[in-house]
Ligand binder design. Structure first.
Ligand SMILES: [Ca+2]
Ligand SMILES: [Ca+2]
Ligand SMILES: [Ca+2]
Length: 206
């Protein structure tokens, strides 16, 4: 993600607590600057813990807004009140879907993508139960109620606490899903509590 629009890829991530969004400015040649925290308006009534972030021009302003997940399973829109090159974020506003507050089962991870190919951005949201929910974009920032992303006849469900990336892994023109997971560690290392796996789901042509 090129967070600051300078033509060089940066790295951005949420964090466990207090749940700010941090980023590392790309300097080129796989070098990165020191960690920075995004300037944004805090709201003490919101639980920011276990934040995840996805940058996208959600409002069609030409600037990158931030979609932010949290431990409670909500997804917030954090509007870029600055510019493309000097982003500055206001308060996190909970997204609505299907006429009520959008929520999944804890530790939400939003990904904005036109999943159904109708040229309107949709939202995929991974969660702590290992499921992935599709929220169809209706235009104007509105979203329909969520439905599970299916694998065959069953909802996609992997381990727990999934993190999702949409790409065309095998370059066949059909989108695929890369999914990272978290499971309790059962090996011999007493210091280690969790381990994770990466799953690839190849998309099929309809
Ligand atoms: Ca950059
Ligand atoms: Ca769509
Ligand atoms: Ca593919």
């Amino acid at each position: 993600m090129d967070v600051d629009g300078d033509g060089t890829l940066d790295i951005a991530t949420g964090e466990w607590a207090p749940g700010g969004v941090v980023w590392f400015k790309g300097l080129g040649k796989a070098q990165f600057g020191p960690m920075r925290t995004f300037e944004e308006t805090a709201d003490e009534n919101q639980d920011w813990a276990a934040s995840t972030v996805f940058f996208v021009d959600w409002r069609g302003t030409g600037k990158l807004d931030a979609l932010v997940g949290n431990i409670g399973g909500l997804v917030y829109l954090n509007e870029n009140l600055g510019t493309r090159k000097e982003p500055r974020y206001g308060p996190r506003k909970p997204l609505q879907a299907g006429g009520k507050e959008l929520a999944v089962a804890n530790k939400s991870q939003p990904v904005a993508v036109d999943w159904d190919g109708d040229k309107v951005l949709d939202l995929l949201v991974g969660d702590d139960t290992g499921r992935l929910t599709f929220f169809k974009g209706l235009g104007g920032g509105k979203l329909a109620a969520g439905t599970p992303v299916m694998v065959g006849d069953a909802p996609l469900q992997i381990d727990a606490r999934i993190k999702v990336h949409v790409c065309d892994w095998n370059r066949d023109g059909v989108r695929d899903l890369l999914v990272g997971s978290c499971v309790p560690y059962t090996g011999p290392d007493p210091e280690r509590r969790y381990e994770g796996y990466v799953y690839l789901f190849l998309g099929k042509r309809p």
